[in-house]
Design a protein around this ligand. Sequence first.
Ligand code: FES
Length: 55
Amino acid sequence: MHSCREGICGACEVRVLEGTPDHRDSILSDAEKQAGKTIFVCCSGSKTSRMVLDL
Ligand code: FES
């Protein structure tokens, strides 16, 4: 494992508890992105004004 900061290694995966992620990684499938249950915080953001993460 390493920290790529480019959305390709998966080291920074965090569970999403609330909010809609703006996925910019190259790891999740389209279905996983649509589900919005996890986010790679090095490169992705939020489509909603509030997002709660399981840190
Ligand atoms: S640091 Fe590699 S996916 Fe985020």
